[in-house]
Design a protein around this ligand. Structure first.
Ligand code: NAD
Ligand code: UDP
Length: 343
């Protein structure tokens, strides 16, 4: 198939590009590089031995995006492009609403206009809000407390309306839990700019000596050790889930939401311990206040993805942490100042 990938230079997108190319698909990547580096795509080419079109485009730029739809035959779209920092979304909500929602509307309009109605959308576990029982299942109540989460929820709503209005659409809403890890080569991985918001990149930066210690946000939750529990999923397992979702959208019509996680919850201190085992040293940490907006526990029921997509995560927590560490060690400054072929 010919697949348009928005946001394909990013963390999850670049890993998905590898899986798609390795399975024989053709891809066209559009990304404005607002939170990524073109080097990731060079690495994808290096790892797969496959070439593909890349256009540096903001998806909200209708004229430029339409040129792609006019010039390329597209069978399906995987839509990763979006801004994702929760704290930043609270500070500059209009930027998030414009980028994520207006950008998505431009894309969906062009898909409608050019008759491309197969879509896999990057949603998030954040759409479940705070008041559900664990494990989270797809039909539970949805809500969002910050502009980032709201953009995911609103885009899901828009897509449900679109599917109701035109039964030719076929849409998978993939609700990711906590993507971590990196490609086993250590050539591509998560490359946060500035101070990482997320736990794993923060821990790897502490482990490599770039940061002094980890602040553990909350030690008085009702969990086994008082620290927050999450469902971490290896990014390569997640990438493979996109291929399965693509198969589903091309064989059936309608809209479906799928949890992509492992179904297992690990605490912040579990993560610290696994990293200590991998690096053979202590990870310095300090117990700190809860981070506003954090849930105590979040983990998925993934049985729907298993049954309907024939997908299940395979990689365990140790492999996730080992691959994150391998990426960190091989790329201490991320993609910055690196040239293709040097590593
Ligand atoms: P990422 O920032 O690494 O990738 C997103 C990519 O989209 C980046 O390369 C960025 O440059 C690009 N982009 C942003 N706005 C764009 C625009 N207007 N036009 C073109 N390109 C644009 O993030 P990621 O972790 O790979 O996440 C991919 C998707 O998955 C995002 O939609 C994110 O919200 C969602 N998601 C991520 C997580 C996570 O923890 N990483 C969890 C749940 C959902
Ligand atoms: N966390 C932490 N210190 C950090 C970053 C995160 O203790 O520097 C905790 C956070 O409170 C949560 C877990 O680690 O319990 C995962 O946080 P992350 O930001 O990676 O994912 P999310 O909160 O979006 O699920």
């Amino acid at each position: 198939m010919n697949i348009l990938i928005t946001g394909g230079a990013g963390y999850i997108g670049s890993h998905t590009c590898i899986e798609l190319l390795s399975s024989g698909h053709h891809i066209i990547v559009v990304d404005d590089l607002s939170n990524s580096n073109e080097m990731s795509l060079e690495r994808v080419k290096e790892l797969t031995g496959r070439d593909f079109i890349f256009e540096k485009i903001d998806i909200a730029d209708k004229k430029k995006l339409e040129k792609i739809f006019m010039e390329q035959r597209i069978d399906a779209v995987i839509h990763f492009a979006g801004l994702k920092a929760v704290g930043e979304s609270v500070a500059v909500p209009l930027r998030y609403y414009h980028n994520n929602i207006t950008g998505s509307l431009v894309l969906f309009n062009l898909m409608e206009k050019y008759g491309v109605r197969n879509l896999v959308f990057s949603s998030s576990a954040t759409v479940y809000g705070a008041n559900n029982q664990m494990p989270l299942t797809e039909e539970m109540t949805l809500s969002a407390t910050n502009p980032y989460g709201k953009t995911k929820l609103y885009i899901e709503e828009i897509l449900r309306d679109l599917s109701a209005a035109n039964s030719n659409w076929s849409i998978a809403l993939l609700r990711y839990f906590n993507p971590v890890g990196a490609h086993s080569s250590g050539l591509i991985g998560e490359d946060p700019s500035g101070i990482p918001n997320n736990l794993i990149p923060y821990v790897t930066q502490v482990a490599i000596g770039k940061r002094e210690y980890l602040s553990v946000f909350g030690s008085d939750y009702e969990t086994k050790d008082g620290t927050g529990v999450r469902d971490y999923i290896h990014v390569v397992d997640l990438a493979k889930g996109h291929l399965k979702a693509l198969e589903e959208v091309t064989r059936s019509k309608g809209i479906g939401a799928y949890n992509l996680g492992t179904g297992k919850g690990y605490s912040v201190l579990d993560i610290v311990r696994v990293f200590e085992k991998i690096i053979g040293r202590k990870i310095p940490y300090q117990l700190a206040e809860r981070r506003p907006g954090d849930l105590a526990v979040s983990y998925a029921d993934c049985s729907k993805a298993q049954i309907k997509l024939n997908w299940a995560a395979k990689k365990d927590l140790e492999e996730m942490c080992r691959d994150s560490w391998n990426w960190q060690v091989k790329n201490p400054e991320g993609y910055i100042n690196q040239k293709v072929g040097i590593n």
